[in-house]
Design a protein around this ligand. Structure first.
Ligand code: FAD
Length: 423
């Protein structure tokens, strides 16, 4: 079995007994492919609903983005309320946001109910990188209040920024008390333990090679096969390996994080006085937070070619030092990367073909939405699909350009927006 790639999260992971590899044929009600948040949540909710469930993970639980991300719990969808209203109208935008806004509560209640030790903290601050971004945030807070009676978001003006971030580069921001942050791998491992306790049979080191959807769903691995009534495909950036059509709905974008040496409580409190998660409003954004032992965990820069930078700390350091010049030369203990599954329009891609459900393309907003998505999938299996359909009906389309051209076209688009950030 592959070890987790080195990261601060792997180094501070809670104990979790490795699960065996699938061997032989197994029969169950639901087979879930993928042991990240989406698959784990679907498996856990399905087991709680009375289904017998098998979960297959190619590597280890939380091996993908769920064990490597920035840990930022960002309320809502990737689209602003203003964009949702413009595209779908007020009523649909309201329904979508009301549903999406349940996600924070779902993650918190799982953490409380199962006693998951994952360093949960409250608050998310979106820092305005340009004056025009602050103006848009003001309109957004007003619209959220008007549309939903949403009270937990408030505007911070330029003079108030220092109470949230010890950096001089921002013009203000939007603080949302409903956001937060957590240790991502420990949340995944906690969900996996909860799923085991609910009766889910988890197999690690069990890569699905083929999925057949007929009268029964059959998933084949190198050493076994699972036959079930329902399937759930939750492989995010690797979806194309088992379903090329779904694979074209998202693009993997590599993103890198570092964790500094523990900074001590005073230095840490001067960087982020509220202890909230912070992300800025740039298209290629910087996002950061403090770990429980007062490290700065910082994500910045994106890379559109598959090969990781030879030195991840050196790649991320300039972004970190631009935000916090006072940390120039700070010791970086860990650097790691992962793939973000980005959909063409940045909206999640959920759906169903026959008895096989799929959920992917969270576009950097997966920490909260995935747990809710698992609940909606299990609910749809039980025959109530209204809430599942609300997300499944969101538009989506494959990346243009076919297999060979879609990546270069995507890179060209991203570079255009990255350039706009700089101008
Ligand atoms: C560096 C980085 C930073 C991020 N920061 C944030 C953030 O701060 N906030 C936020 O909201 N989102 C963030 N995201 C996005 C978020 O992590 C993802 O949206 C979320 O974890 C996706 O969960 P998932 O379960 O769909 O996919 P994953 O966590 O990727 O899980 C999919 C699993 O499927 C397994 N798998 C793949 N193929 C197969 C197969 N054939 N058979 C069996 N198993 C298979 C993989 O090994 C993997 O474990 C970030 C992502 C990255 C990479």
């Amino acid at each position: 079995m592959q070890p987790y790639p080195p990261s601060f999260y792997a180094a501070s992971a809670n104990p979790f007994t490795p699960r065996p590899s699938l061997a032989g044929e197994v029969r169950c009600d639901v087979v879930v492919v993928g042991g990240g948040y989406a698959g784990l949540s679907a498996a856990l909710h399905a087991a709680e609903a009375g289904f017998s469930v098998v979960l297959l993970e190619a590597e280890r639980i939380g091996f993908g983005a769920s064990g490597r991300n920035g840990g930022q719990m960002i309320p809502g969808l990737r689209w602003s309320a203003a964009d949702l209203v413009q595209k779908f109208g007020r009523d649909s935008a309201r329904s979508l946001l009301q549903l999406a806004n349940l996600a924070g509560d779902r993650v918190r209640s799982r953490i409380n109910r199962h006693g998951i030790a994952c360093d949960l903290k409250s608050g998310h601050f979106q820092a305005a990188a340009k004056p025009s971004h602050l103006e848009a945030m003001k309109r957004e807070v007003e619209l959220l209040h008007d549309l939903l009676g949403y009270e937990s978001a408030r505007i911070v003006d330029r003079a108030g920024v220092q109470a949230y971030v010890g950096s001089a580069i921002y013009y203000g921001g939007l603080y949302d008390a409903d956001g937060g942050h957590l240790h991502p791998l420990n949340y995944a491992l906690g969900l996996a333990q909860a799923a085991l306790d609910a009766g889910v049979r988890i197999f690690e080191d069990s890569r699905a090679r083929a999925v057949e959807d007929g009268a029964r769903v059959a998933v084949t691995t190198d050493s076994g096969r699972v036959v079930a009534d329902f399937g759930v495909l939750a492989c995010d950036t690797a979806m194309g390996e088992i379903d090329p059509q779904l694979g074209r709905m998202t693009m993997p974008v590599a993103n890198y994080n570092v964790a500094t040496v523990p900074l001590g409580p005073d230095v840490a409190a001067a960087l982020i006085p509220t202890g909230a998660a912070v992300a800025d409003s740039r298209f290629v954004l910087n996002y950061y937070r403090l770990s429980a032992d007062n490290r700065l965990i910082f994500g910045g820069g994106e890379k559109y070619t598959p090969a990781p930078p030879p030195d991840i700390p050196a790649f991320v350091r300039p972004y970190l030092e631009q935000v916090f010049p006072q940390l120039a030369g700070v010791q970086i203990d860990y650097g790691w990367g992962g793939l973000v599954g980005v959909s063409f329009n940045r909206l999640p891609q959920m759906g169903r073909r026959g008895n096989v459900f799929h959920a992917h393309g969270w576009s950097g907003h997966g920490v909260l939405l995935t747990t809710l998505a698992g609940e909606l999938i299990a609910e749809a299996m039980r025959g109530t699909a209204e809430r599942f359909d609300l997300l499944a009906d969101l538009p989506g389309k494959p990346f243009p350009g076919g297999r060979l051209l879609c990546h270069p076209l995507y890179v060209a688009g991203m570079l255009y927006y990255a350039l706009k950030d700089r101008l």
